[in-house]
Ligand binder design. Sequence first.
Ligand SMILES: Cc1cc2nc3c(=O)[nH]c(=O)nc-3n(C[C@H](O)[C@H](O)[C@H](O)COP(=O)(O)O)c2cc1C
Length: 187
Amino acid sequence: MPRVLVIIGSVRPKRIGPTVARWVAEIGRITMPATFAVLDLRDWPLPMDDEPGVPAKEGYVQPHTKAWSNEVAAADAFVFVTPQYNWGYPAALKNAIDHLYFEWRGKAAVIITYGGHGGGKCAAQLREVLGGLKMKIADTMPALTLPVGQVEGNSGEIDPETAFRGYKATIGEAITQLHALLEPIQD
Ligand SMILES: Cc1cc2nc3c(=O)[nH]c(=O)nc-3n(C[C@H](O)[C@H](O)[C@H](O)COP(=O)(O)O)c2cc1C
């Protein structure tokens, strides 16, 4: 069975990222035969600028980077579940991506974003970056608009089943595309 990592893009204390990612992982499990593990970047503190080498050219010196490398290398595909911050995606996610190179390269990915205004701008930026890593990205990029009052309330709580009910089919479609991207090309 392929191993899919569902990566939570946000790390701030009062966040909805883990709840949204767990809900997406459940949709993943009923959509394709794979293990879906939710990965929290808060469990992976990766200090910025502490690797002297270029990931695409050299190895790593820091133990945390070597562990991060093993974690990402063991995955066959990724679902990025990330909020939109100031039209982009969180710096912690870019930092986690930039610590590695070959571990991402050529693998399949789905981009799912959310925000007060959906997450289309953040999805476009992340797609560009993953393209630079030669990743195979599902065409469908669900961008979930948060319910009115969610951003202002900033409770850190959300019921995705209610808030994002209308997006379930689109998320399933994106996961189905991920499944297809994992299949070897038939001649
Ligand atoms: C620093 C910051 C910037 C934000 N910028 C945007 C934005 O540009 N567009 C948007 O739709 N929502 C924006 N929001 C609202 C977030 O999408 C919303 O707060 C969401 O819950 C953040 O995800 P998180 O709770 O997992 O951190 C921003 C929130 C934060 C904290």
